[in-house]
Design a protein around this ligand. Structure first.
Ligand SMILES: Cc1ncc(C[n+]2csc(CCOP(=O)(O)OP(=O)(O)O)c2C)c(N)n1
Ligand SMILES: [Mg+2]
Length: 538
């Protein structure tokens, strides 16, 4: 087609099913915006490029489609680096396009002149500069393909101001699946895993984000059912098996991983969240979407790389001897039920100041099955990870292993844009809210339905309590107590409430859910309450 480079870039994105671009304005991007306007690409603008990039990642996480952000040259790109890194660690498929100072005058000191590629190369799958209209088409198409191909991740293309010149170029066709599902797995390796399952007495499956990205939740469930295997989920794996499925467990995790004789970890790294892959005497199997993801540091009995849906389909066909694992499942169910019974009082606690668990006791009663819950904070969000149940894929979003605070408003914007008809709940620590507070203006302006809840303990709780435990004192962990974040949201055009009594939480949440647009319930919580955790900096 005959068009300028901005339009060509957008047409390529659209051929990869991208319909939304998150951005913050900059003159280096005007031609790209013109391309978006010409073609009906939705532009959603924010107040900080970190939020634009997190919104692109959140959009990908929620929709399992490519996310896209456009960042202006120089500071726009460097502001996006933390979010790009998070997307890399999460294997989230996003394409980040950027402006760039003109190549014709490179080195003369143009405004915002910076070579971004060496900066983003370590935190992206691919990073390149497009140097002409033809190169824009080729590079943006390659970036989309690389981002979508397992193991997925962020890609980057910057476009110099003087490379947008018109061209007459064909947009490459994206045919069917086009290999984006990953390579067919090795059938012999799968047969070894099936034999381990058949020989095991106490097997456990841990399913993570790549099961979700691979759309493998149905074959995963069929495998779990056929092999009668207990399932735990983490990260974006949450909801791939509904929390109320008879084989879904969460509270029994430490017992399960300690006593298992076989631990199959699928679609998630054997990182600090999984004790780096050391599970007592168990055989450890790592099922990955690509060879690059197989843990190099763990003592693996077996590993398989390739399309996770195909892996589970093959394993489901093998099944397991009838009755082989029932005692084990009953043992875990008893543990699960005992732990859940023990936590019930905290969900109803009437103590003042408010304990964070009580907030979740109230929230759980009000969440729809498909509510999208986003957690951005320390201890307050750790409670959410434990107490909020996920019933559908793509409904619980946290920062992932990179742990970057400040992703919440960007993710919430993406959720609100992608699913205007669903509950979107944004859980924030009072420390975390400071990173992207300005982007509540973007949430209000774009008219998304988001209910934010702040666990306001006046401290960086996840840092203060561990430093106390390690050093006997703490520094730089205090925030001003009782800040009226509810009034900030009112000033920005949303609905705000402050709550300091346990009995008022529920009614405030009801009003917040009933109010269209952005609401924020600012709950003053007990700074003495520390989330019980065994390690902090693993
Ligand atoms: C960008 C970034 N900076 C710092 C940290 C370190 N950090 C992790 S949790 C935390 C405390 C969070 O405090 P808050 O959001 O108030 O939640 P609380 O623990 O008090 O519930 C900090 C500072 C981080 N993970 N990310
Ligand atoms: Mg706090």
């Amino acid at each position: 087609m005959d068009a300028h480079g901005g339009r060509l870039a957008v047409e390529v994105l659209q051929s990869h099913d991208v319909d939304t671009m998150f951005t913050l304005s900059g003159g280096h991007l005007f031609v790209l915006y013109d391309g978006a306007v010409q073609t009906g690409m939705r532009l959603v603008d924010v107040r900080h490029e970190q939020s634009a990039t997190f919104a692109a990642e959140g959009f990908a996480k929620i929709t399992r489609r490519l996310g896209c952000a456009a960042l202006t040259a120089g500071p726009g790109v460097t502001n996006g680096v933390s979010a790009l890194t998070a997307a890399r660690m999460n294997g989230s498929p996003i394409v980040v396009l950027a402006g760039r100072a003109p190549q014709g005058r490179w080195g003369s000191g143009s405004l915002q002149e910076l070579d971004h590629v060496p900066i983003v190369t370590p935190v992206t799958k691919t990073a390149a500069t497009a140097t002409s209209a033809a190169s824009i088409v080729a590079e943006v198409d390659a970036a989309c393909r690389a981002a979508r191909t397992p193991h997925r991740g962020p890609t980057f293309v910057d476009i110099p101001l003087d490379a947008f010149g018109p061209g007459s170029i064909e947009i490459p066709a994206v045919g069917g699946d086009d290999g984006f599902r990953g390579a067919p797995p090795d059938t012999e390796a799968l047969a070894r895993v099936a034999a381990l399952v058949a020989a095991s007495a106490r097997p456990v499956l841990v399913a993570g984000g790549d099961v979700y990205w691979a759309h493998a939740e149905t074959p995963m469930r069929e495998f779990a059912q056929a092999a009668r295997i207990a399932v735990f989920v983490n990260g974006m794996g949450r909801g791939t098996l509904p929390a109320d499925h008879e084989l879904a467990f969460s509270r029994a995790r430490s017992v399960a991983l300690k006593e298992a004789d076989l631990v199959i970890v699928a679609g998630t790294p054997l990182d600090f969240r999984l004790g780096f892959g050391r599970f007592g005497d168990a055989h450890v199997v790592h099922l990955c979407d690509a060879v690059s993801e197989i843990a190099p540091h763990a003592a693996l009995t077996a590993s398989v790389a390739g399309d996770l849906a195909a892996q589970f389909t093959a394993l489901a066909a093998a099944g397991a001897p009838p009755g082989a694992h029932e005692d084990w499942i009953a043992r875990l169910r008893a543990e699960e039920q005992a732990k859940r019974a023990a936590e019930l009082p905290s969900l109803e606690a009437d103590s003042a100041p408010i304990k964070p668990a009580r907030i979740y006791g109230e929230l759980k009663q009000r969440l729809d099955r498909d509510a999208i819950v986003i957690g951005d904070g320390g201890d307050f969000v750790s409670y959410a990870g434990k107490l909020v149940e996920s019933y559908e894929p793509g409904t619980f979003l946290d920062p992932g292993p990179y742990g970057c605070l400040g992703m919440g408003p960007g993710y919430a914007l993406a959720a609100g844009v992608a699913h205007p008809d669903r509950q979107v709940v944004l859980l924030l620590g009072d420390g975390a809210i400071g990173f992207a507070l300005g982007d509540f203006e973007a949430l209000v302006r774009h008219g998304v339905n988001v209910t934010a809840i702040v666990g306001n303990n006046g401290i960086w709780g996840l840092e203060k309590h561990p430093m106390q435990a390690l050093f006997g004192y703490d520094v730089v962990a205090e925030l001003s107590p009782g800040i009226r974040y509810d009034k900030v949201i009112e000033a920005l055009g949303g609905h705000g409430e402050i709550v300091d009594a346990p009995g008022d939480i529920g009614p405030a949440l009801d009003r917040a859910f009933a109010t269209p647009g952005v609401s924020l319930v600012n709950v003053l919580t007990d700074p003495e309450d520390a989330y019980p955790r065994s390690s902090n900096l693993a």
